[in-house]
Design a protein around this ligand. Structure first.
Ligand code: F6R
Length: 599
Protein backbone atom coordinates (compact mmCIF):
# COMPACT_ATOMS: atom_id res chain seq x y z
CA UNK A 1 0.00 0.00 0.00
CA UNK A 2 1.00 3.63 -0.12
CA UNK A 3 4.25 4.62 1.54
CA UNK A 4 4.99 8.00 3.10
CA UNK A 5 8.28 9.61 4.10
CA UNK A 6 8.72 13.25 5.15
CA UNK A 7 11.85 15.11 6.24
CA UNK A 8 12.72 18.48 7.66
CA UNK A 9 16.18 19.35 8.96
CA UNK A 10 19.57 20.72 8.03
CA UNK A 11 20.55 18.15 5.36
CA UNK A 12 19.47 17.24 1.88
CA UNK A 13 15.84 16.05 2.16
CA UNK A 14 15.74 14.04 -1.07
CA UNK A 15 18.28 11.44 0.18
CA UNK A 16 16.48 10.12 3.28
CA UNK A 17 13.11 10.47 1.56
CA UNK A 18 14.22 8.41 -1.45
CA UNK A 19 15.96 5.82 0.72
CA UNK A 20 12.92 5.58 2.97
CA UNK A 21 10.63 5.16 -0.04
CA UNK A 22 12.95 2.49 -1.44
CA UNK A 23 12.59 0.58 1.83
CA UNK A 24 8.83 0.81 1.51
CA UNK A 25 8.84 -0.55 -2.04
CA UNK A 26 8.12 -3.98 -0.54
CA UNK A 27 4.66 -2.78 0.41
CA UNK A 28 3.68 -2.54 -3.26
CA UNK A 29 3.05 0.61 -5.32
CA UNK A 30 2.56 1.83 -8.87
CA UNK A 31 3.96 5.38 -8.95
CA UNK A 32 6.05 7.68 -6.80
CA UNK A 33 6.54 11.35 -6.13
CA UNK A 34 8.38 13.87 -4.02
CA UNK A 35 7.71 17.51 -3.22
CA UNK A 36 10.56 19.74 -2.09
CA UNK A 37 10.65 23.24 -0.74
CA UNK A 38 13.14 25.04 -2.98
CA UNK A 39 13.68 28.77 -2.41
CA UNK A 40 10.39 28.96 -0.49
CA UNK A 41 8.46 27.38 -3.38
CA UNK A 42 7.01 23.89 -3.55
CA UNK A 43 8.53 21.92 -6.41
CA UNK A 44 7.03 18.61 -7.48
CA UNK A 45 8.58 15.54 -9.15
CA UNK A 46 6.26 12.60 -9.90
CA UNK A 47 6.55 9.52 -12.06
CA UNK A 48 4.45 6.48 -12.84
CA UNK A 49 6.11 3.08 -12.34
CA UNK A 50 9.05 2.06 -10.22
CA UNK A 51 10.90 4.39 -7.89
CA UNK A 52 13.96 4.30 -10.16
CA UNK A 53 11.97 6.34 -12.69
CA UNK A 54 11.60 9.11 -10.13
CA UNK A 55 15.22 8.56 -9.05
CA UNK A 56 16.50 9.19 -12.61
CA UNK A 57 14.68 12.53 -12.75
CA UNK A 58 16.14 13.57 -9.41
CA UNK A 59 19.61 12.47 -10.51
CA UNK A 60 19.37 14.76 -13.50
CA UNK A 61 17.85 17.77 -11.76
CA UNK A 62 19.74 17.34 -8.46
CA UNK A 63 17.29 19.54 -6.51
CA UNK A 64 18.63 21.00 -3.27
CA UNK A 65 16.22 21.25 -0.37
CA UNK A 66 16.10 20.46 3.32
CA UNK A 67 12.32 20.09 3.57
CA UNK A 68 10.13 17.65 1.67
CA UNK A 69 7.65 14.81 1.52
CA UNK A 70 7.64 11.69 -0.64
CA UNK A 71 5.13 9.00 -1.47
CA UNK A 72 4.73 5.68 -3.22
CA UNK A 73 1.15 5.28 -4.45
CA UNK A 74 -0.99 2.17 -4.69
CA UNK A 75 -3.92 3.42 -6.77
CA UNK A 76 -7.40 3.45 -5.27
CA UNK A 77 -9.10 6.53 -6.81
CA UNK A 78 -8.07 7.27 -10.38
CA UNK A 79 -5.74 5.60 -12.83
CA UNK A 80 -2.07 4.93 -12.41
CA UNK A 81 -0.38 7.96 -14.03
CA UNK A 82 1.96 10.84 -13.20
CA UNK A 83 -0.89 13.25 -12.44
CA UNK A 84 -2.60 11.00 -9.91
CA UNK A 85 0.70 10.19 -8.18
CA UNK A 86 1.22 11.99 -4.86
CA UNK A 87 2.11 14.52 -3.54
CA UNK A 88 -0.73 16.85 -4.49
CA UNK A 89 -0.04 20.52 -4.03
CA UNK A 90 -0.91 24.15 -4.61
CA UNK A 91 1.06 27.28 -3.79
CA UNK A 92 0.49 26.87 -0.01
CA UNK A 93 0.38 23.18 0.79
CA UNK A 94 1.65 19.85 -0.38
CA UNK A 95 -0.05 16.66 0.81
CA UNK A 96 0.51 12.90 0.80
CA UNK A 97 -2.01 10.34 1.92
CA UNK A 98 -2.31 6.66 2.72
CA UNK A 99 -5.82 5.23 2.88
CA UNK A 100 -9.19 6.01 1.35
CA UNK A 101 -11.52 8.97 1.78
CA UNK A 102 -14.87 7.21 1.58
CA UNK A 103 -16.97 10.33 1.13
CA UNK A 104 -14.59 11.96 -1.41
CA UNK A 105 -17.17 12.27 -4.21
CA UNK A 106 -19.79 13.94 -2.02
CA UNK A 107 -17.23 16.36 -0.61
CA UNK A 108 -15.81 17.09 -4.06
CA UNK A 109 -19.25 18.00 -5.40
CA UNK A 110 -19.54 20.77 -2.82
CA UNK A 111 -16.07 22.25 -3.34
CA UNK A 112 -15.13 25.18 -5.53
CA UNK A 113 -11.57 24.10 -6.34
CA UNK A 114 -9.53 23.53 -9.47
CA UNK A 115 -8.87 19.79 -9.20
CA UNK A 116 -5.94 18.51 -11.24
CA UNK A 117 -6.17 14.80 -10.43
CA UNK A 118 -8.83 12.12 -9.99
CA UNK A 119 -7.66 11.30 -6.47
CA UNK A 120 -9.52 11.43 -3.17
CA UNK A 121 -6.35 12.95 -1.67
CA UNK A 122 -6.79 16.16 -3.60
CA UNK A 123 -10.17 16.58 -1.91
CA UNK A 124 -8.32 16.74 1.40
CA UNK A 125 -5.92 19.30 -0.08
CA UNK A 126 -8.89 21.39 -1.26
CA UNK A 127 -10.53 21.19 2.16
CA UNK A 128 -7.34 22.25 3.96
CA UNK A 129 -6.77 25.10 1.52
CA UNK A 130 -10.33 26.44 1.83
CA UNK A 131 -10.29 26.19 5.60
CA UNK A 132 -6.93 27.95 5.69
CA UNK A 133 -8.37 30.81 3.66
CA UNK A 134 -11.12 31.14 6.27
CA UNK A 135 -9.12 30.54 9.44
CA UNK A 136 -5.59 31.68 8.51
CA UNK A 137 -4.41 28.93 10.87
CA UNK A 138 -2.81 25.77 9.50
CA UNK A 139 -3.56 23.53 12.47
CA UNK A 140 -7.24 24.51 12.51
CA UNK A 141 -7.44 24.06 8.74
CA UNK A 142 -6.02 20.54 8.95
CA UNK A 143 -8.41 19.56 11.76
CA UNK A 144 -11.35 20.99 9.85
CA UNK A 145 -10.47 18.92 6.76
CA UNK A 146 -9.71 15.86 8.86
CA UNK A 147 -13.11 15.99 10.57
CA UNK A 148 -14.88 16.29 7.22
CA UNK A 149 -13.40 13.12 5.71
CA UNK A 150 -14.62 9.57 6.37
CA UNK A 151 -12.59 6.34 6.23
CA UNK A 152 -9.19 5.19 7.39
CA UNK A 153 -6.35 7.50 6.38
CA UNK A 154 -3.03 9.04 7.33
CA UNK A 155 -2.16 12.48 5.96
CA UNK A 156 1.13 14.36 5.95
CA UNK A 157 1.04 18.03 5.07
CA UNK A 158 3.92 20.40 4.37
CA UNK A 159 3.25 24.08 4.63
CA UNK A 160 5.74 26.26 2.92
CA UNK A 161 5.29 29.49 4.91
CA UNK A 162 5.46 28.04 8.41
CA UNK A 163 8.14 25.52 7.29
CA UNK A 164 6.48 22.81 9.36
CA UNK A 165 5.51 19.19 8.78
CA UNK A 166 2.06 18.14 9.97
CA UNK A 167 0.75 14.59 10.30
CA UNK A 168 -2.58 13.12 11.40
CA UNK A 169 -4.32 9.79 11.01
CA UNK A 170 -7.37 7.67 11.65
CA UNK A 171 -6.87 3.87 11.81
CA UNK A 172 -3.87 3.98 9.49
CA UNK A 173 -0.20 3.63 10.34
CA UNK A 174 1.81 6.76 11.10
CA UNK A 175 5.12 7.26 12.88
CA UNK A 176 7.12 10.39 13.58
CA UNK A 177 10.81 10.35 14.44
CA UNK A 178 13.61 12.68 15.45
CA UNK A 179 17.36 12.49 15.20
CA UNK A 180 18.39 14.48 18.22
CA UNK A 181 22.05 14.79 17.25
CA UNK A 182 21.47 15.93 13.71
CA UNK A 183 18.40 18.07 14.49
CA UNK A 184 16.16 16.25 11.99
CA UNK A 185 12.44 15.42 11.88
CA UNK A 186 10.94 12.53 9.98
CA UNK A 187 7.49 11.19 9.42
CA UNK A 188 6.50 7.93 7.78
CA UNK A 189 3.83 5.32 7.33
CA UNK A 190 6.26 2.62 8.54
CA UNK A 191 9.09 2.74 11.10
CA UNK A 192 11.12 0.51 8.79
CA UNK A 193 11.67 3.50 6.48
CA UNK A 194 13.33 5.41 9.31
CA UNK A 195 15.74 2.78 10.65
CA UNK A 196 19.20 4.28 11.03
CA UNK A 197 17.89 7.85 10.72
CA UNK A 198 16.09 8.43 13.99
CA UNK A 199 16.95 8.11 17.66
CA UNK A 200 13.37 8.39 18.96
CA UNK A 201 10.04 7.38 17.45
CA UNK A 202 6.56 8.67 18.26
CA UNK A 203 3.35 6.76 17.51
CA UNK A 204 0.38 9.16 17.74
CA UNK A 205 -3.16 8.03 18.50
CA UNK A 206 -6.02 8.61 16.07
CA UNK A 207 -7.00 12.24 15.59
CA UNK A 208 -3.90 13.70 17.23
CA UNK A 209 -2.10 16.30 15.13
CA UNK A 210 1.70 15.98 15.13
CA UNK A 211 3.69 19.06 14.28
CA UNK A 212 7.38 18.88 13.49
CA UNK A 213 9.04 22.23 13.81
CA UNK A 214 12.82 22.36 13.67
CA UNK A 215 12.96 25.59 15.66
CA UNK A 216 11.28 24.10 18.71
CA UNK A 217 13.29 21.86 21.15
CA UNK A 218 13.62 19.13 18.60
CA UNK A 219 10.46 17.36 19.60
CA UNK A 220 7.29 16.73 17.77
CA UNK A 221 4.41 18.61 19.34
CA UNK A 222 1.05 16.86 19.62
CA UNK A 223 -2.34 18.52 19.75
CA UNK A 224 -5.92 17.39 20.17
CA UNK A 225 -8.70 18.87 18.07
CA UNK A 226 -9.16 21.71 20.60
CA UNK A 227 -5.50 22.56 20.00
CA UNK A 228 -4.58 21.54 23.53
CA UNK A 229 -1.18 19.86 23.87
CA UNK A 230 -1.74 16.11 23.96
CA UNK A 231 0.19 13.18 25.39
CA UNK A 232 -1.78 10.64 23.35
CA UNK A 233 1.19 9.06 21.69
CA UNK A 234 3.67 6.33 22.49
CA UNK A 235 7.42 6.79 22.23
CA UNK A 236 10.14 4.30 21.47
CA UNK A 237 13.91 4.73 21.57
CA UNK A 238 15.29 3.53 18.25
CA UNK A 239 18.59 1.69 18.45
CA UNK A 240 18.52 -0.29 15.20
CA UNK A 241 21.20 0.49 12.65
CA UNK A 242 20.84 0.64 8.89
CA UNK A 243 22.08 -2.93 8.23
CA UNK A 244 18.82 -4.34 9.68
CA UNK A 245 17.33 -3.16 6.42
CA UNK A 246 19.88 -5.08 4.35
CA UNK A 247 19.55 -8.47 2.65
CA UNK A 248 23.18 -9.45 3.35
CA UNK A 249 24.52 -12.18 1.06
CA UNK A 250 21.08 -13.37 -0.02
CA UNK A 251 19.76 -12.59 -3.47
CA UNK A 252 16.31 -11.79 -2.12
CA UNK A 253 14.78 -10.79 1.20
CA UNK A 254 12.42 -13.74 0.83
CA UNK A 255 15.32 -16.19 0.81
CA UNK A 256 17.01 -14.42 3.72
CA UNK A 257 13.77 -14.62 5.68
CA UNK A 258 13.30 -18.32 4.88
CA UNK A 259 16.80 -18.98 6.20
CA UNK A 260 16.19 -16.98 9.41
CA UNK A 261 13.48 -19.40 10.55
CA UNK A 262 15.50 -21.94 12.60
CA UNK A 263 17.24 -19.23 14.66
CA UNK A 264 13.96 -17.43 15.25
CA UNK A 265 12.41 -20.63 16.63
CA UNK A 266 15.46 -21.20 18.86
CA UNK A 267 15.12 -17.64 20.12
CA UNK A 268 11.55 -18.40 21.22
CA UNK A 269 12.63 -21.65 22.84
CA UNK A 270 15.16 -19.71 24.94
CA UNK A 271 12.47 -17.26 26.06
CA UNK A 272 10.01 -19.86 27.35
CA UNK A 273 10.91 -19.08 30.96
CA UNK A 274 10.90 -15.26 30.59
CA UNK A 275 8.06 -13.82 32.63
CA UNK A 276 7.29 -11.02 30.16
CA UNK A 277 7.21 -13.49 27.27
CA UNK A 278 4.88 -15.91 29.11
CA UNK A 279 2.48 -13.25 30.34
CA UNK A 280 0.12 -12.71 27.36
CA UNK A 281 -0.19 -16.48 26.83
CA UNK A 282 -1.17 -17.12 30.44
CA UNK A 283 -3.48 -14.10 30.52
CA UNK A 284 -5.32 -15.26 27.40
CA UNK A 285 -5.39 -18.88 28.61
CA UNK A 286 -6.91 -17.86 31.95
CA UNK A 287 -9.55 -15.55 30.51
CA UNK A 288 -10.71 -17.22 27.30
CA UNK A 289 -13.45 -19.79 27.80
CA UNK A 290 -15.91 -19.43 24.94
CA UNK A 291 -15.57 -20.01 21.20
CA UNK A 292 -12.45 -18.68 19.52
CA UNK A 293 -13.23 -16.65 16.38
CA UNK A 294 -9.90 -16.83 14.58
CA UNK A 295 -9.75 -14.24 11.81
CA UNK A 296 -7.12 -13.21 9.28
CA UNK A 297 -6.38 -12.94 5.56
CA UNK A 298 -4.26 -15.03 3.20
CA UNK A 299 -1.23 -16.58 4.83
CA UNK A 300 -2.25 -15.31 8.25
CA UNK A 301 -5.56 -17.17 7.96
CA UNK A 302 -3.70 -20.37 7.03
CA UNK A 303 -1.77 -19.99 10.29
CA UNK A 304 -5.13 -19.43 12.01
CA UNK A 305 -6.50 -22.69 10.55
CA UNK A 306 -3.65 -24.55 12.21
CA UNK A 307 -4.39 -22.80 15.49
CA UNK A 308 -8.02 -23.91 15.22
CA UNK A 309 -6.83 -27.50 14.76
CA UNK A 310 -4.51 -27.20 17.76
CA UNK A 311 -7.20 -25.76 20.03
CA UNK A 312 -9.84 -28.28 19.01
CA UNK A 313 -7.58 -31.35 18.93
CA UNK A 314 -5.32 -30.73 21.90
CA UNK A 315 -7.49 -28.51 24.10
CA UNK A 316 -11.07 -29.47 23.20
CA UNK A 317 -11.79 -25.78 22.68
CA UNK A 318 -14.24 -24.77 20.01
CA UNK A 319 -12.76 -22.50 17.37
CA UNK A 320 -13.92 -21.20 14.02
CA UNK A 321 -11.83 -19.56 11.32
CA UNK A 322 -12.92 -17.11 8.69
CA UNK A 323 -11.53 -14.76 6.07
CA UNK A 324 -11.67 -11.28 7.57
CA UNK A 325 -13.33 -10.01 4.38
CA UNK A 326 -16.20 -12.51 4.83
CA UNK A 327 -16.59 -12.44 8.60
CA UNK A 328 -17.09 -8.67 8.67
CA UNK A 329 -20.05 -8.71 6.28
CA UNK A 330 -22.02 -11.61 7.66
CA UNK A 331 -23.80 -11.77 10.94
CA UNK A 332 -21.42 -13.92 12.93
CA UNK A 333 -22.94 -15.73 15.89
CA UNK A 334 -21.11 -14.16 18.77
CA UNK A 335 -21.96 -15.06 22.32
CA UNK A 336 -20.97 -13.79 25.73
CA UNK A 337 -17.59 -15.23 26.68
CA UNK A 338 -16.50 -15.85 23.08
CA UNK A 339 -13.25 -14.24 22.00
CA UNK A 340 -11.79 -12.80 18.80
CA UNK A 341 -8.25 -13.84 17.86
CA UNK A 342 -6.77 -11.77 15.02
CA UNK A 343 -3.76 -13.07 13.16
CA UNK A 344 -1.81 -10.49 11.19
CA UNK A 345 1.81 -9.83 10.33
CA UNK A 346 1.42 -6.12 9.68
CA UNK A 347 -1.32 -5.38 12.18
CA UNK A 348 -2.74 -2.97 9.59
CA UNK A 349 -4.87 -5.17 7.31
CA UNK A 350 -8.10 -3.21 6.87
CA UNK A 351 -10.48 -6.19 6.84
CA UNK A 352 -8.88 -7.74 9.92
CA UNK A 353 -9.07 -4.42 11.76
CA UNK A 354 -12.76 -4.08 10.90
CA UNK A 355 -13.46 -7.56 12.34
CA UNK A 356 -11.62 -6.68 15.53
CA UNK A 357 -13.81 -3.57 15.89
CA UNK A 358 -16.92 -5.63 15.22
CA UNK A 359 -16.01 -8.16 17.92
CA UNK A 360 -15.14 -5.42 20.36
CA UNK A 361 -18.44 -3.63 19.74
CA UNK A 362 -20.21 -6.92 20.45
CA UNK A 363 -18.54 -7.16 23.84
CA UNK A 364 -15.94 -9.83 22.99
CA UNK A 365 -12.42 -9.76 24.35
CA UNK A 366 -10.07 -9.30 21.42
CA UNK A 367 -6.56 -10.72 21.16
CA UNK A 368 -3.98 -10.56 18.42
CA UNK A 369 -1.00 -12.50 17.20
CA UNK A 370 0.93 -9.78 15.40
CA UNK A 371 4.43 -8.93 14.20
CA UNK A 372 4.40 -5.15 14.45
CA UNK A 373 4.43 -3.65 17.91
CA UNK A 374 2.47 -0.42 17.99
CA UNK A 375 0.45 -1.31 14.88
CA UNK A 376 -3.25 -0.53 14.82
CA UNK A 377 -4.34 -4.03 15.84
CA UNK A 378 -1.73 -4.06 18.59
CA UNK A 379 -3.17 -0.87 19.99
CA UNK A 380 -6.76 -1.95 19.63
CA UNK A 381 -6.77 -5.44 21.19
CA UNK A 382 -7.08 -6.33 24.86
CA UNK A 383 -3.96 -8.50 24.73
CA UNK A 384 -1.34 -9.19 22.08
CA UNK A 385 1.09 -11.98 21.43
CA UNK A 386 4.01 -10.43 19.57
CA UNK A 387 5.86 -12.45 16.97
CA UNK A 388 9.62 -12.47 17.30
CA UNK A 389 10.15 -12.34 13.55
CA UNK A 390 11.72 -8.89 13.08
CA UNK A 391 10.77 -6.88 10.00
CA UNK A 392 9.50 -9.07 7.16
CA UNK A 393 10.34 -7.37 3.87
CA UNK A 394 9.57 -10.00 1.23
CA UNK A 395 5.95 -9.45 0.23
CA UNK A 396 5.38 -13.20 0.38
CA UNK A 397 5.14 -14.02 4.05
CA UNK A 398 7.45 -16.84 5.22
CA UNK A 399 9.05 -16.36 8.62
CA UNK A 400 6.01 -14.53 9.99
CA UNK A 401 3.77 -17.49 9.04
CA UNK A 402 6.07 -19.91 10.86
CA UNK A 403 6.13 -17.69 13.92
CA UNK A 404 2.35 -17.31 13.92
CA UNK A 405 1.94 -21.08 14.01
CA UNK A 406 4.56 -21.39 16.77
CA UNK A 407 2.71 -18.77 18.84
CA UNK A 408 -0.59 -20.61 18.26
CA UNK A 409 1.07 -23.83 19.37
CA UNK A 410 2.39 -22.11 22.53
CA UNK A 411 -1.08 -20.77 23.28
CA UNK A 412 -2.43 -24.29 22.94
CA UNK A 413 0.34 -25.56 25.24
CA UNK A 414 -0.58 -22.80 27.65
CA UNK A 415 -4.25 -23.93 27.69
CA UNK A 416 -2.97 -27.41 28.50
CA UNK A 417 -0.72 -26.08 31.30
CA UNK A 418 2.38 -27.23 29.42
CA UNK A 419 3.85 -23.93 28.29
CA UNK A 420 7.28 -24.18 29.92
CA UNK A 421 7.53 -27.97 29.98
CA UNK A 422 10.24 -30.12 28.43
CA UNK A 423 7.77 -31.37 25.81
CA UNK A 424 7.34 -27.79 24.54
CA UNK A 425 11.04 -27.03 24.66
CA UNK A 426 11.88 -30.24 22.77
CA UNK A 427 9.24 -29.59 20.14
CA UNK A 428 10.72 -26.17 19.40
CA UNK A 429 14.29 -27.48 19.40
CA UNK A 430 13.36 -30.30 17.05
CA UNK A 431 11.42 -28.00 14.73
CA UNK A 432 14.44 -25.73 14.49
CA UNK A 433 16.69 -28.72 13.68
CA UNK A 434 14.29 -30.13 11.10
CA UNK A 435 13.99 -26.78 9.32
CA UNK A 436 17.80 -26.33 9.33
CA UNK A 437 18.08 -29.77 7.77
CA UNK A 438 15.68 -28.81 4.96
CA UNK A 439 17.58 -25.57 4.34
CA UNK A 440 20.83 -27.54 4.04
CA UNK A 441 19.15 -29.54 1.24
CA UNK A 442 18.13 -26.52 -0.80
CA UNK A 443 19.92 -27.91 -3.90
CA UNK A 444 17.60 -30.96 -3.98
CA UNK A 445 14.56 -28.68 -3.93
CA UNK A 446 16.08 -26.44 -6.58
CA UNK A 447 16.54 -29.51 -8.79
CA UNK A 448 12.85 -30.48 -8.43
CA UNK A 449 11.89 -26.87 -9.24
CA UNK A 450 13.96 -26.99 -12.43
CA UNK A 451 12.11 -30.16 -13.54
CA UNK A 452 8.58 -28.93 -12.93
CA UNK A 453 8.52 -25.14 -13.34
CA UNK A 454 7.10 -25.18 -16.86
CA UNK A 455 4.13 -27.44 -16.21
CA UNK A 456 0.59 -26.19 -16.76
CA UNK A 457 -0.64 -26.03 -13.19
CA UNK A 458 -0.01 -27.15 -9.63
CA UNK A 459 -2.39 -28.77 -7.16
CA UNK A 460 -1.08 -28.92 -3.60
CA UNK A 461 -2.66 -31.51 -1.31
CA UNK A 462 -2.49 -32.49 2.32
CA UNK A 463 -4.66 -33.87 5.10
CA UNK A 464 -5.24 -32.77 8.68
CA UNK A 465 -2.60 -30.27 9.71
CA UNK A 466 -1.01 -30.52 6.28
CA UNK A 467 -4.17 -29.22 4.58
CA UNK A 468 -3.56 -25.57 5.59
CA UNK A 469 0.01 -26.12 4.36
CA UNK A 470 -1.34 -27.24 0.97
CA UNK A 471 -3.31 -23.97 0.84
CA UNK A 472 -0.27 -21.99 1.93
CA UNK A 473 2.05 -23.72 -0.58
CA UNK A 474 -0.35 -22.94 -3.43
CA UNK A 475 -0.76 -19.31 -2.32
CA UNK A 476 3.01 -18.81 -2.16
CA UNK A 477 3.55 -20.31 -5.60
CA UNK A 478 0.87 -18.25 -7.33
CA UNK A 479 1.86 -14.99 -5.70
CA UNK A 480 5.56 -15.11 -6.54
CA UNK A 481 5.74 -17.33 -9.66
CA UNK A 482 2.47 -16.15 -11.29
CA UNK A 483 1.40 -19.71 -12.13
CA UNK A 484 -1.92 -21.32 -11.47
CA UNK A 485 -1.88 -23.25 -8.21
CA UNK A 486 -4.60 -24.52 -5.86
CA UNK A 487 -4.56 -26.15 -2.47
CA UNK A 488 -6.97 -28.98 -1.64
CA UNK A 489 -7.61 -31.39 1.16
CA UNK A 490 -6.30 -34.67 -0.31
CA UNK A 491 -9.65 -36.39 0.17
CA UNK A 492 -11.43 -33.70 -1.84
CA UNK A 493 -9.64 -34.39 -5.13
CA UNK A 494 -12.10 -36.99 -6.29
CA UNK A 495 -15.00 -34.59 -5.77
CA UNK A 496 -13.97 -32.46 -8.73
CA UNK A 497 -10.36 -31.34 -9.07
CA UNK A 498 -9.12 -34.76 -10.16
CA UNK A 499 -10.65 -33.97 -13.57
CA UNK A 500 -7.79 -31.50 -14.07
CA UNK A 501 -5.07 -34.12 -14.01
CA UNK A 502 -3.17 -35.18 -17.10
CA UNK A 503 0.54 -35.42 -17.87
CA UNK A 504 0.90 -31.61 -17.72
CA UNK A 505 -0.59 -31.09 -14.27
CA UNK A 506 1.52 -31.42 -11.12
CA UNK A 507 0.32 -32.71 -7.75
CA UNK A 508 2.51 -31.64 -4.86
CA UNK A 509 1.35 -34.02 -2.15
CA UNK A 510 2.42 -33.70 1.46
CA UNK A 511 2.24 -37.15 2.98
CA UNK A 512 3.45 -37.96 6.45
CA UNK A 513 2.74 -40.56 9.07
CA UNK A 514 -0.48 -38.85 10.19
CA UNK A 515 -3.30 -40.38 8.09
CA UNK A 516 -0.61 -42.00 5.96
CA UNK A 517 -2.59 -44.75 4.17
CA UNK A 518 -5.49 -42.52 3.23
CA UNK A 519 -3.27 -39.74 1.89
CA UNK A 520 -1.19 -42.22 -0.07
CA UNK A 521 -4.34 -43.63 -1.74
CA UNK A 522 -5.25 -40.11 -2.87
CA UNK A 523 -1.80 -39.77 -4.47
CA UNK A 524 -2.23 -43.13 -6.19
CA UNK A 525 -5.53 -41.94 -7.65
CA UNK A 526 -3.76 -38.94 -9.19
CA UNK A 527 -0.90 -41.06 -10.51
CA UNK A 528 -3.42 -43.35 -12.20
CA UNK A 529 -4.64 -40.26 -14.13
CA UNK A 530 -1.07 -39.52 -15.33
CA UNK A 531 -0.58 -36.51 -13.05
CA UNK A 532 3.02 -35.49 -12.37
CA UNK A 533 3.61 -36.49 -8.76
CA UNK A 534 5.87 -34.64 -6.35
CA UNK A 535 5.71 -36.17 -2.88
CA UNK A 536 6.95 -34.40 0.21
CA UNK A 537 7.12 -37.56 2.29
CA UNK A 538 8.46 -39.06 5.50
CA UNK A 539 10.45 -42.17 6.40
CA UNK A 540 11.70 -43.02 2.90
CA UNK A 541 8.86 -45.44 2.28
CA UNK A 542 9.27 -47.35 -1.00
CA UNK A 543 5.58 -47.16 -1.89
CA UNK A 544 5.72 -43.35 -1.86
CA UNK A 545 8.90 -43.32 -3.93
CA UNK A 546 7.38 -45.71 -6.46
CA UNK A 547 4.41 -43.53 -7.31
CA UNK A 548 6.30 -40.25 -7.30
CA UNK A 549 8.11 -38.61 -10.19
CA UNK A 550 10.02 -36.51 -7.68
CA UNK A 551 10.40 -37.46 -4.05
CA UNK A 552 11.63 -35.33 -1.14
CA UNK A 553 11.89 -37.11 2.19
CA UNK A 554 11.52 -34.86 5.23
CA UNK A 555 13.37 -35.72 8.41
CA UNK A 556 11.08 -34.32 11.09
CA UNK A 557 13.61 -34.95 13.90
CA UNK A 558 10.84 -36.14 16.22
CA UNK A 559 8.63 -33.06 15.75
CA UNK A 560 4.97 -33.88 16.42
CA UNK A 561 2.50 -31.02 16.59
CA UNK A 562 4.64 -28.58 14.61
CA UNK A 563 5.16 -30.86 11.61
CA UNK A 564 3.28 -28.47 9.30
CA UNK A 565 5.79 -25.65 9.76
CA UNK A 566 8.56 -28.07 8.77
CA UNK A 567 6.99 -29.38 5.55
CA UNK A 568 6.01 -25.81 4.69
CA UNK A 569 9.67 -24.80 4.41
CA UNK A 570 10.08 -27.30 1.54
CA UNK A 571 7.20 -25.54 -0.22
CA UNK A 572 8.63 -22.08 0.51
CA UNK A 573 11.90 -23.05 -1.18
CA UNK A 574 10.11 -24.79 -4.03
CA UNK A 575 8.05 -21.68 -4.78
CA UNK A 576 11.11 -19.48 -4.46
CA UNK A 577 13.10 -21.53 -6.99
CA UNK A 578 10.20 -21.88 -9.43
CA UNK A 579 9.76 -18.10 -9.29
CA UNK A 580 13.48 -17.60 -9.86
CA UNK A 581 13.36 -19.81 -12.93
CA UNK A 582 10.37 -17.83 -14.18
CA UNK A 583 12.29 -14.59 -13.62
CA UNK A 584 9.63 -12.80 -11.59
CA UNK A 585 10.14 -9.95 -9.14
CA UNK A 586 10.27 -12.23 -6.09
CA UNK A 587 10.41 -9.68 -3.27
CA UNK A 588 7.87 -7.38 -4.87
CA UNK A 589 5.47 -9.52 -6.91
CA UNK A 590 3.21 -7.69 -9.31
CA UNK A 591 -0.18 -6.40 -8.14
CA UNK A 592 0.53 -7.18 -4.49
CA UNK A 593 1.12 -5.09 -1.42
CA UNK A 594 2.71 -6.12 1.85
CA UNK A 595 0.24 -4.31 3.99
CA UNK A 596 -3.31 -4.22 2.65
CA UNK A 597 -4.79 -1.12 4.23
CA UNK A 598 -7.83 -0.94 1.92
CA UNK A 599 -10.84 -3.26 1.91
C1 F6R B 1 0.94 -13.92 1.38
C2 F6R B 1 0.71 -12.81 2.27
C3 F6R B 1 -0.69 -12.33 2.44
C4 F6R B 1 -0.89 -11.81 3.88
C5 F6R B 1 -2.26 -11.11 4.01
C6 F6R B 1 -2.51 -10.65 5.41
O1 F6R B 1 2.29 -14.29 1.36
O2 F6R B 1 1.62 -12.27 2.84
O3 F6R B 1 -1.63 -13.29 2.12
O4 F6R B 1 -0.80 -12.88 4.76
O5 F6R B 1 -2.30 -10.02 3.14
O6 F6R B 1 -1.55 -9.73 5.83
P1 F6R B 1 -1.31 -9.46 7.36
O7 F6R B 1 -0.72 -10.70 7.94
O8 F6R B 1 -0.33 -8.31 7.39
O9 F6R B 1 -2.62 -9.13 7.97
Amino acid sequence: MCGIVGYIGPSDAADPIMEGLARLEYRGYDSAGICLNIDEKLVLFKKEGKLVNLGSILNEVKPKSSFGIGHTRWATHGQVNDTNAHPHMNEEFSIVHNGIIENASELKAGLDYNFLSETDTEVFLALVTQAYKREADVEKAIFSAFHAVEGNSAFVVMHVKTRKLYAIKHSAPLVCGVNETAGEFFVSSDPYALIGYTSKLYFPEDGILCVGNPGANLEFKFFDSEMNPSSKYKTQIETRSKDVADKGNFEHFMLKEIFEQPQLISKIEKRLQDEDFKLPFSQIATNAHGVFNIIGCGTALHAGMLMRNFFETYNQKRAITDFASEFRYKTPLLQKGDVGLFITQSGETADTLACQQHCKENGLKTYSIVNVEGSTIYRSCDKNILLEAGAEIGVASTKAFTQMVVMGYLLSQSFAGKFGETETKNELQNASKAISDILSREEEIKKIASEIYNYKGFIFTGRGNQFPIALEGALKLKEIAYVHAEGYASGELKHGPIALFDEKMVNIAIINSDLYKKTLSNAQEVKARKGVMVIIGENHLEEMKEISDFYFDVNYFGVEKLKPIVSNVVLQLLSYHIAKLKGTDIDKPRNLAKSVTVE
